[in-house]
Design a protein around this ligand. Structure first.
Ligand code: NAD
Length: 489
């Protein structure tokens, strides 16, 4: 990545160990969502470029030495990548704030360190991993090897680009695969550095490649490419379906982490001193552009008024502003298109008869960010869980409080959605906590907490929130082929 003119970055593909423009020199622009200023000019790949990048990854896989080097050597290089990320933490966090509009403080303290941890965790995990043996009396011995699949296509979204890409890159690399990354076109800056970071860490050329462009063209071409053996995708449910269709002819492996519409269930015995601030985080972190957002807040009717009063005050106290400023807790939405989509739900809410508690318009902003895609933290109350604002993933700072009376009703509402990524439960009653956790059909349930992650634990969605699981051995199963060897003794 080099500077074209003051503050406008030139972003190129990273192919076979070096930066490269597109074969036809086509580019597209990326804007800062806080100001609408152009911040980058990005290479836009042609189908021919995608062929080239996938071929580079194929050759690097087939001819080695990445998959044939010792696990210790491979994992040392991945750990070195993690160290370089930490050395460049401030730069990467600044890029993430510039590109996504997320608060710099969050990128710096949470997401970039987590990205480094993603790599280090899987390097350590693979190095310490044992195998399986199945002796058949004294006659035969079976043992199992986990071999890399081949070329891994990693297609990632814009809401946490660097952290989510490394969440796939760590296990894919540690398992010995070679990689084609297709970052989200709206936010390519931080992810575009991964090729050079890999190279600096001593990872051979062709192992980590990055190709930029629109999902409908470049993402589709990566998905269809016959040199690519698997697609690990995080993004919307609609794109997941398209990828499955487009990858069918080449019969790829798929892992899908898709959308969500989590129920955050607050019972009357909840500790509101904890439930309110964490529910605020779950609603408005990254301007609500989080797949795990607790965007349906189910509140037991006996505490409804108290909850609304406290939640409203906390939402109104959030500092909305310049993502680069230390004190900012919420920045803009990622793009004009997404801003308009999120705002369209304000009209839908009105038509559906939802009651506005707070928000719903543009916050007061400093002069330099007046053009940004900002929306106030917005809270509705609605007693119809079937309403569109209660069913559809808005992916913005817009949440709905839905009252309920009984445990059964809470479960029924929580499960009345196409999604099943996660759920949150607030109660001091241990048996109820277990009952609700078992009853909610979702891949992760947080009880009296939210977004606490142990990277060994399975992560993924029920229903239309995904296929497969990431985390610990679940990631490794996806990024490897298990081979059984049976020896006559
Ligand atoms: P998106 O589906 O629009 O795009 C994600 C990626 O897919 C981008 O890189 C895009 O260029 C690419 N893409 C788009 N069309 C494609 C196609 N036809 N073929 C191949 N690739 C294509 O999603 P987004 O708007 O970037 O991200 C927001 C969505 O991601 C939300 O639904 C959110 O819930 C989901 N998400 C899920 C998780 C999770 O872990 N489950 C995490 C973060 C985000």
């Amino acid at each position: 990545m080099t500077t074209v003119e003051a503050n406008v970055k030139e972003v190129q593909h990273f192919i076979d160990g070096g930066y490269a423009a597109s074969s036809d020199n086509q580019t597209f622009e990326v804007k800062n969502p806080a100001t609408q200023e152009v911040i980058a000019v990005v290479a836009e790949a042609t189908e021919e470029d995608v062929e080239k990048v996938c071929k580079a990854a194929r050759l690097a896989f087939d001819s080695g030495p990445w998959r044939t080097m010792t696990v210790a050597e491979r994992c040392a290089k991945i750990r070195r990548m993690a160290d370089i990320i930490l050395e460049r933490k401030e730069e990467i966090a600044r890029l993430e704030a510039l590109d996504v509009g997320k608060p710099y403080s969050h990128a710096f303290t949470a997401e970039v360190p987590r990205a480094a941890h993603n790599l280090k965790f899987f390097a350590d995990f693979v190095e310490q991993r044992g195998g399986e043996t199945y002796p058949m009396e004294d006659a035969f011995l079976n043992y199992t090897r986990y071999e890399p699949v081949g070329v891994a296509g990693l297609i990632t979204p814009w809401n946490a680009p660097f952290m989510l890409t490394t969440w796939k890159l760590g296990p894919a690399l540690a398992a010995g695969n070679t990689i084609v990354i297709k970052p989200a076109e709206m936010t390519p800056l931080s992810v575009s550095l991964l090729g050079e970071i890999a190279k600096e860490a001593g990872i051979p050329d062709g192992v980590v490649n990055v190709v930029h462009g629109k999902g409908s063209v470049v993402g589709t071409a990566v998905t269809k490419n016959t040199d690519v053996d698997l697609i690990s995708f995080t993004g919307s449910t609609a794109t997941g379906k398209a990828i499955m269709r487009n990858g069918a002819d080449s019969l790829k492996k798929f892992s899908f982490e898709l959308g969500g519409k989590a129920a955050n269930i607050v019972f009357e015995d909840a500790d509101l001193e904890k439930a309110i601030p964490v529910s605020i985080q779950a609603a408005f972190l990254n301007s609500g552009q989080v797949c795990l957002a607790g965007s349906r807040i189910l509140v037991q009717r006996s505490i409804l008024d108290t909850f609304i009063e406290k939640f409203k005050a906390a939402a109104e106290a959030l500092v909305v502003g310049d993502p680069q400023a230390e004190e900012t807790k919420m920045g803009p939405l990622v793009s004009e298109e997404h801003f308009n989509k999120v705002k369209s739900y304000l009209d839908i809410a009105k038509e559906e008869g939802a009651q506005l508690v707070t928000g719903g318009s543009t916050p007061d902003l400093a002069a330099h960010i007046q053009n940004g895609y900002y929306l106030q933290p917005t809270v509705y109350v609605h007693d119809n869980p079937k309403a569109r604002i209660c069913q559809e993933e808005i992916f913005g700072p817009v949440v709905t409080i839905i009252p309920f009376d009984t445990e059964e009703e809470a479960l029924q509402i929580a499960n009345d959605t196409d999604y099943g990524l996660n759920g949150v439960v607030w109660t001091e009653n241990l048996k109820r906590a277990h009952r609700i956790s078992h009853g909610v059909r979702a891949g992760t349930i947080w009880v009296n907490c939210w977004f606490v992650r142990d990277l060994r634990a399975p992560f993924g969605g029920f229903k239309k929130s995904g296929i497969g699981r990431e985390g610990g051995h679940h990631s490794l199963e996806f990024f490897t082929e298990a081979k059984n060897i049976c020896i006559a003794l």
